[in-house]
Design a protein. Structure first.
Length: 180
Protein backbone atom coordinates (compact mmCIF):
# COMPACT_ATOMS: atom_id res chain seq x y z
CA UNK A 1 0.00 0.00 0.00
CA UNK A 2 1.21 3.51 -0.71
CA UNK A 3 1.71 5.88 2.22
CA UNK A 4 -0.46 8.54 0.58
CA UNK A 5 -3.46 8.01 -1.67
CA UNK A 6 -5.48 11.02 -2.79
CA UNK A 7 -6.22 13.18 0.23
CA UNK A 8 -5.59 10.36 2.73
CA UNK A 9 -2.42 9.21 4.46
CA UNK A 10 -2.45 5.43 5.01
CA UNK A 11 -0.58 3.50 7.70
CA UNK A 12 -0.74 0.13 9.39
CA UNK A 13 -0.57 -0.16 13.17
CA UNK A 14 -0.68 -3.80 14.31
CA UNK A 15 -4.12 -5.06 13.23
CA UNK A 16 -5.35 -1.60 12.16
CA UNK A 17 -5.36 0.11 8.78
CA UNK A 18 -5.62 3.84 9.47
CA UNK A 19 -6.56 6.41 6.83
CA UNK A 20 -6.31 10.06 7.87
CA UNK A 21 -7.38 12.97 5.68
CA UNK A 22 -4.55 15.42 5.26
CA UNK A 23 -5.64 18.87 4.06
CA UNK A 24 -3.45 20.45 1.40
CA UNK A 25 -1.04 23.15 2.49
CA UNK A 26 -1.59 25.88 -0.07
CA UNK A 27 -2.43 29.58 -0.19
CA UNK A 28 -6.02 28.87 0.88
CA UNK A 29 -4.67 27.28 4.07
CA UNK A 30 -3.19 30.63 5.10
CA UNK A 31 -6.44 32.62 4.80
CA UNK A 32 -7.77 31.75 8.30
CA UNK A 33 -4.51 32.88 9.94
CA UNK A 34 -4.48 36.08 7.86
CA UNK A 35 -8.04 36.83 8.98
CA UNK A 36 -7.14 36.25 12.62
CA UNK A 37 -4.15 38.57 12.32
CA UNK A 38 -6.35 41.18 10.64
CA UNK A 39 -8.86 40.88 13.47
CA UNK A 40 -6.06 41.31 16.01
CA UNK A 41 -4.78 44.40 14.19
CA UNK A 42 -8.29 45.92 13.99
CA UNK A 43 -8.78 45.19 17.70
CA UNK A 44 -5.52 46.93 18.55
CA UNK A 45 -6.55 49.96 16.50
CA UNK A 46 -9.94 50.08 18.24
CA UNK A 47 -8.34 49.75 21.69
CA UNK A 48 -5.76 52.42 20.85
CA UNK A 49 -8.41 54.91 19.74
CA UNK A 50 -10.26 54.38 23.00
CA UNK A 51 -7.26 54.45 25.37
CA UNK A 52 -5.05 57.16 23.85
CA UNK A 53 -6.62 60.59 24.39
CA UNK A 54 -4.82 62.21 21.44
CA UNK A 55 -6.37 59.71 18.98
CA UNK A 56 -9.93 60.24 20.15
CA UNK A 57 -11.88 62.31 17.71
CA UNK A 58 -15.32 63.86 17.99
CA UNK A 59 -16.75 60.89 16.05
CA UNK A 60 -16.92 57.34 17.33
CA UNK A 61 -17.45 55.88 13.85
CA UNK A 62 -13.76 55.06 13.39
CA UNK A 63 -13.65 53.16 16.66
CA UNK A 64 -16.90 51.36 15.89
CA UNK A 65 -15.64 50.49 12.40
CA UNK A 66 -12.39 49.06 13.78
CA UNK A 67 -14.34 47.10 16.41
CA UNK A 68 -16.72 45.72 13.77
CA UNK A 69 -13.78 44.78 11.51
CA UNK A 70 -12.13 43.06 14.47
CA UNK A 71 -15.23 41.03 15.24
CA UNK A 72 -15.95 40.05 11.64
CA UNK A 73 -12.34 39.09 10.79
CA UNK A 74 -11.87 37.13 14.01
CA UNK A 75 -15.17 35.26 13.63
CA UNK A 76 -14.49 34.44 9.97
CA UNK A 77 -10.93 33.32 10.75
CA UNK A 78 -12.09 31.02 13.55
CA UNK A 79 -14.84 29.51 11.36
CA UNK A 80 -12.45 28.91 8.48
CA UNK A 81 -9.83 27.44 10.79
CA UNK A 82 -12.48 25.09 12.20
CA UNK A 83 -13.36 23.96 8.69
CA UNK A 84 -9.73 23.18 7.96
CA UNK A 85 -9.49 21.16 11.19
CA UNK A 86 -12.49 18.95 10.48
CA UNK A 87 -11.53 15.36 10.53
CA UNK A 88 -12.36 12.78 7.92
CA UNK A 89 -10.79 9.39 8.06
CA UNK A 90 -11.29 5.72 8.71
CA UNK A 91 -9.86 2.86 10.75
CA UNK A 92 -10.23 -0.78 9.72
CA UNK A 93 -9.77 -3.11 12.69
CA UNK A 94 -9.09 -6.54 11.22
CA UNK A 95 -9.18 -8.31 14.61
CA UNK A 96 -12.54 -6.93 15.75
CA UNK A 97 -14.06 -6.98 12.24
CA UNK A 98 -14.97 -3.33 12.47
CA UNK A 99 -14.71 -0.22 10.28
CA UNK A 100 -14.79 3.14 12.02
CA UNK A 101 -15.56 6.11 9.78
CA UNK A 102 -15.09 9.74 10.84
CA UNK A 103 -17.07 12.21 8.73
CA UNK A 104 -17.67 15.96 9.01
CA UNK A 105 -20.88 16.80 10.86
CA UNK A 106 -23.08 19.88 11.26
CA UNK A 107 -21.08 22.97 10.30
CA UNK A 108 -18.08 20.85 9.28
CA UNK A 109 -16.23 21.86 12.42
CA UNK A 110 -17.03 18.66 14.25
CA UNK A 111 -16.73 15.03 13.24
CA UNK A 112 -19.21 12.24 13.64
CA UNK A 113 -17.87 8.75 14.23
CA UNK A 114 -19.73 5.72 12.90
CA UNK A 115 -18.66 2.18 13.78
CA UNK A 116 -19.68 -0.45 11.27
CA UNK A 117 -19.24 -4.19 11.77
CA UNK A 118 -17.99 -5.90 8.61
CA UNK A 119 -21.32 -7.73 8.23
CA UNK A 120 -23.16 -4.38 7.83
CA UNK A 121 -20.98 -3.24 4.92
CA UNK A 122 -22.98 -3.55 1.71
CA UNK A 123 -20.37 -2.44 -0.83
CA UNK A 124 -16.97 -0.90 -1.36
CA UNK A 125 -16.49 0.73 -4.73
CA UNK A 126 -14.28 3.10 -6.67
CA UNK A 127 -16.36 5.98 -8.03
CA UNK A 128 -15.47 8.68 -10.54
CA UNK A 129 -15.34 12.32 -9.47
CA UNK A 130 -14.98 15.54 -11.42
CA UNK A 131 -11.74 16.56 -13.14
CA UNK A 132 -10.55 12.99 -13.76
CA UNK A 133 -10.33 12.10 -10.09
CA UNK A 134 -11.81 9.12 -8.28
CA UNK A 135 -12.77 8.13 -4.74
CA UNK A 136 -13.35 5.03 -2.61
CA UNK A 137 -16.83 4.83 -1.11
CA UNK A 138 -18.23 2.43 1.45
CA UNK A 139 -21.97 1.74 1.53
CA UNK A 140 -23.56 0.53 4.76
CA UNK A 141 -26.87 0.99 6.58
CA UNK A 142 -28.28 2.76 3.53
CA UNK A 143 -25.61 5.50 3.64
CA UNK A 144 -22.44 6.19 1.71
CA UNK A 145 -19.17 7.09 3.38
CA UNK A 146 -16.16 8.50 1.51
CA UNK A 147 -13.00 6.77 2.69
CA UNK A 148 -10.52 8.17 0.15
CA UNK A 149 -11.15 11.14 -2.15
CA UNK A 150 -9.28 13.17 -4.73
CA UNK A 151 -7.22 10.37 -6.26
CA UNK A 152 -5.85 11.43 -9.65
CA UNK A 153 -6.35 9.16 -12.66
CA UNK A 154 -2.84 7.64 -12.43
CA UNK A 155 -3.56 6.50 -8.83
CA UNK A 156 -6.72 4.60 -9.79
CA UNK A 157 -4.95 1.22 -9.83
CA UNK A 158 -3.64 1.73 -6.27
CA UNK A 159 -7.14 2.76 -5.17
CA UNK A 160 -8.60 -0.38 -6.74
CA UNK A 161 -5.97 -2.45 -4.92
CA UNK A 162 -7.03 -0.88 -1.61
CA UNK A 163 -10.67 -1.51 -2.52
CA UNK A 164 -9.97 -5.21 -3.23
CA UNK A 165 -8.05 -5.54 0.06
CA UNK A 166 -10.95 -4.09 2.03
CA UNK A 167 -13.52 -6.16 0.10
CA UNK A 168 -11.58 -9.33 0.94
CA UNK A 169 -11.41 -8.34 4.62
CA UNK A 170 -15.12 -7.56 4.76
CA UNK A 171 -16.06 -10.78 2.98
CA UNK A 172 -14.00 -12.88 5.43
CA UNK A 173 -15.28 -10.92 8.40
CA UNK A 174 -18.97 -11.55 7.94
CA UNK A 175 -19.10 -13.40 11.22
CA UNK A 176 -17.83 -11.64 14.38
CA UNK A 177 -14.92 -13.19 16.26
CA UNK A 178 -15.81 -15.73 18.94
CA UNK A 179 -15.48 -14.30 22.43
CA UNK A 180 -13.73 -16.37 25.04
Amino acid sequence: MPRRLGDVRLRFDAELLIGECVPALDAAALIPDALLLSGLAAGLIAATTILVPGLRSGSVWGTLGATAACAVATFAGLKMRGRRRWRRGFVVNFDQHLVRVDQPHSLRTMSETTSLPFREVDALQVVDRAAGRCALELSARGERYVLVDGVPGQGREQLQTLCRLLQAAVAKGLSPPASS
